[in-house]
Ligand binder design. Sequence first.
Ligand SMILES: [Zn+2]
Length: 304
Amino acid sequence: MDYIVFDLEWNQSDTGREVKEIPFEIIEIGAVKLNEEFRMKGKFHRLIKPEIYKELHYITRSLIHIKMEELVNEKSFPEVMEEFLDWCGDDYIFCTWGPIDLTELQRNMRFYQMPALSGGPIKFYDVQKLFSIGFEDRKTRRALEHAVDVLGIEKDIPFHRAFSDAYYTAKVLSRIEGPVLHNYSFDVFTTPKTKNDEVKAVFDNYMKYISREFNDKSEALSDREVVSMKCYLCRKNVKCKIGWFSANGKHYYGAGYCDIHGYIKAKIRMRKSENKKVYVVKTLKFISEEDFNVLDEKRTKLKP
Ligand SMILES: [Zn+2]
């Protein structure tokens, strides 16, 4: 399997009149292909002729130093995208700095009515997250240049162009240790449509479940799988210790106890899908008795 590390540059409306379906119009794709040993085996770089926003927004102009004259003779997005997918091959995983590029890539594809990349969530590597897990505190998200500095990677080409940012992201990725690579991400531009497409992924210290779509929150919260609390190690239901509660109607918390593995904390996040329905991201995580007590107090304060 190859690693396709890509980066996009996009333009947006400079008049405030944006086209809702495509707020960010992609004008450049840069990518690096790495083999399983993280050695570079290919490069891809194309500029794209804009069809929607024909003036460059000042941020685009000042950040990436592209002039419109450089773009007008290029190919349109659908043509470049087809070339890009051909270049990617058949067996690859996408890797990007942060989670946004893969979503915007699909939004541009949908605008041009191109076939979807996938029928459900796409597994990918968010290298910004992997860097935080591998080298910092797991939570902070840093700029690419910061990671390049921390790892002492040579800065031999300028930043903020699609190809160079893909190139540096690939260099950072090649420094991530094997076990950290278990922390892949899911892009949910396309949510699971059926029970079979739902995602259940076990990571080193938690489990993630991404549900299919529901019409609304109450339908989601009456689904047995959504509200179940299972120990993801023994795959059995746990004893419910704290029933689901919410302070804001978006995030729900609960907790259970597995006789073998101890306290488990469950969190449900209600998410809006691209087509205005809802889906659920549930995480299950083992916690200490202390953390359990903190959660219990939080619940008691809400429902005295
Ligand atoms: Zn268990």
